[in-house]
Write a protein that binds this ligand. Structure first.
Ligand SMILES: [Zn+2]
Length: 266
């Protein structure tokens, strides 16, 4: 969809032959939704409660109008969501404290799907990021780095996606999915200047991680993370713009995330 055209349509209708500039700095292209819907099938961590929606009202009211309203409850860390740096780093940003400038901007996709689909415990390495850089140049300052493992293709099949469909604390040891190696997370945090990281798995750490060092190393540098990101196969290696807006929870350690990309038309 050409969103710019839609935005301008009312103006174009009112003054058909006057060119109207678009909003300054807003990229042109096709909008891609990188978000999974929240419902009873949405994948959460084995120890977390899932998303629940309850109907408060749904029906024709006595006065004649239709009225629907629901309540929902959800763990912060499930479905497509934000990890605030405070999730694994004491004193760092909570969800509401993350500046918008860290959540909106140019994005790159580092595709490791070939290796990751061949090995459920694959660790994304510094070499993977350097391979991207050898083709596209250094990771630009302020970029949002999205890691594509290919596991998004398995959503919403829990067993395929994360290695087990079991729930509860004993299921944690059964988790098998790729993640970012501790050294690679540390390299991103110290050798490059990135705004945020994202991945198409339940966690930036691999399923077999014990210490969650990718979280620790990136969050120590106040770099937020996006997890269970959808549709990364629809983004180019560079050139997209990402807008990632979490629910603004005061003191939150994360939260449900609506993340979209603008992909330039070729
Ligand atoms: Zn999380």
């Amino acid at each position: 969809m050409k969103y710019r055209l839609l935005l301008l349509l009312p103006l174009m209708l009112s003054c058909a032959d006057t060119p109207v500039p678009g909003p300054p700095g807003f990229p042109e292209g096709t909008l891609v939704d990188l978000t999974y819907a929240f419902d009873s099938t949405t994948i959460f961590w084995p120890t977390a409660n899932g998303f629940e929606l309850s109907v408060d009202a749904r029906g024709r009211q006595e006065a004649g109008y239709w009225y629907e309203a629901n309540s929902f409850s959800t763990a912060e860390h499930g479905g497509t969501h934000l990890d605030a740096p405070v999730h694994f780093s004491e004193g760092q940003w909570t969800t509401d404290a993350i500046p918008l400038t860290r959540l909106i901007g140019p994005a790159v996709v580092v595709d490791v799907s070939e290796a990751a689909l061949a090995n459920r415990d694959y660790l994304v390495s510094v070499a993977d990021f350097e391979r991207w850089e050898s083709e596209h140049g250094l990771l630009p300052d302020g970029v949002i780095v999205l890691v594509r493992t290919g596991y998004g293709a398995f959503w919403p099949d829990r067993e395929q996606y994360m290695g087990t469909a079991e729930r509860g604390p004993d299921a944690i040891q059964l988790l098998h999915f790729p993640g970012i190696a501790p050294e690679a997370a540390s390299w991103l945090a110290t050798e490059r200047t990135i705004n945020a990281i994202g991945i198409d798995t339940p966690s930036i750490d691999t399923g077999q991680s014990q210490l969650y060092e990718a979280h620790q190393n990136l969050f120590a540098a106040n770099i937020p993370a996006f997890e269970n990101v959808a549709n990364l196969d629809r983004l180019p290696a560079s050139g997209a713009t990402v807008i990632a807006l979490p629910m603004k929870i005061t003191g939150g350690s994360g939260g449900p995330l609506r993340i979209v990309a603008v992909v330039p038309d070729m």
